[in-house]
Design a binder for this molecule. Sequence first.
Ligand code: FFO
Ligand code: GTP
Ligand code: K
Ligand code: MG
Length: 465
Amino acid sequence: MHNWEASPVGGGGTTIAAIATAVVPQQGSISIVRLSGPDSVPIARRLFQAPGHQPWESHRILYGKVCHPVTQAVIDEALLLLMLQPRSFTRENVVEFHCHGGMIAVQQVLQLCLDQGAVLAQPGEFSLRAFLNGRLDLTQAESIADLVGARSPQAAQAAMAGLQGKLAAPIAQMRRTCLDLLAEIEARIDFAEDLPPLDEGELADQIQQILQSLTQLLATADRGELLRTGLKVAIVGQPNVGKSSLLNAWSRSDRAIVTDLPGTTRDVVESNLVVGGIPVQVLDTAGIREAHDQVEQLGISRSLRVAQEADLVLLTIDASQGWTRSDQALLETIMDLPKLLVVNKVDLVDQIPPLPTQPFQAVVYTAAAQAQGIQDLETAILQGTAQGQVSAANLDFAINQRQAAALGQAQISLENLLQTLADQLPLDFWTIDLREAVQRLGEITGEDLVESVLDQIFSKFCIGK
Ligand SMILES: Nc1nc2c(c(=O)[nH]1)N(C=O)[C@@H](CNc1ccc(C(=O)N[C@@H](CCC(=O)O)C(=O)O)cc1)CN2
Ligand SMILES: Nc1nc2c(ncn2[C@@H]2O[C@H](COP(=O)(O)OP(=O)(O)OP(=O)(O)O)[C@@H](O)[C@H]2O)c(=O)[nH]1
Ligand SMILES: [K+]
Ligand SMILES: [Mg+2]
């Protein structure tokens, strides 16, 4: 758990330190140790020797050496970047040591900072400070994590939109409107005699408007989920139907071994693709049949497990064999799952054999060995997702599950309020629903603070973020 006490700008508080870059042995040309807090500059002064008369000023880079304060041993040749409050990411004094990459030198520099009194940062603590000091709202902080975790350019773009406040702005606007209405109603409760009566029609209109924008935001949730978590797609089928060929054609690679021997694939082969902006993990599996070989049997049980865990199953068959009893048996094991029928090797037949189409979302015809039909496959997959409704809303960010849950609760409260109005209940009742909506909207941006929400958000960050 975090200690949520903010270190106020310019005030006491701890100085935190962490390696801000990925720590990879023997790799990475540059690595950054980041400090934030009141002691960052004094700590840097004790560790960093800058030759000549380089000024220690904000937003300047100093060149020099990191030296052990006692032994004077040179730990690294480095650059030092100063960003003084409030002109920094956290709005505190920030110092960055730009060290050589790898692990050893940069970890020694971090250790020296800790020896000098800095405290190792918790995951997300730099971003948390940026939030607590008013530099970011919660949706922007969440967007930073999304940007770092993005697995497609579209996911990154949605995250950037969020980071630029495209979600924060409409939410804050809705909350402000609700607060204004709340103030009007409360004034009527307190000074009923002195004020003209509320125009209830006008009030209902405004609530309707908020509900409308709320619904638009909620419509981006499915795409958000897709962009963030992606799709897991399992290719299953009888041996030799061309599952591995399909994976290779789709990923334009030779990831999987292809031979004309049935039972070639034994283990799950994975390839990561992007389909229409959605990160897609494709899993090629061992062909399913009555196997006597123990290795193959183990492979087959893995295939079935992978299918059960997938978001979408591509049941692949050989067009020249038609729909077989084994295909039917396999279909029955995956009946509950979302699935497409992929009819492969269409180059071998003049006529498509009779096929069951009913339990499948779509049927796609491919010749994987000739890399044909991949576009149709992607189209069929995208049609099964929530892509359509999003382009309708025409928004470039996408909300996450936490935001969707809070928006959903705000929606319920506002709908309750409309009902309360319709039922002509007293003013006190109106304020209850409106207050609830304000609270939920405020939870999204962080204007109304809930500590458990903070923990949920920032503990998922990496250390140094
Ligand atoms: N080396 C390095 N690269 C980085 C970061 C960092 O902290 N260090 N960032 C970390 O996430 C991102 C950039 N984000 C940043 C956001 C704000 C400020 C900043 O100093 N803001 C001041 C504006 C300064 C000015 O106006 O001159 C401010 O908002 O007050 C710096 C980095 C990505 N790249
Ligand atoms: N004519 C034709 N042959 C294909 C096509 N796709 C795959 N093949 C051939 O079918 C054979 C089996 O292909 P694989 O991709 O290994 O089939 P698989 O389903 O992965 O087989 P297992 O891993 O053994 O279950 C190979 O000889 C491929 O070249 C296709 O679209 N048309
Ligand atoms: K094969
Ligand atoms: Mg195979």
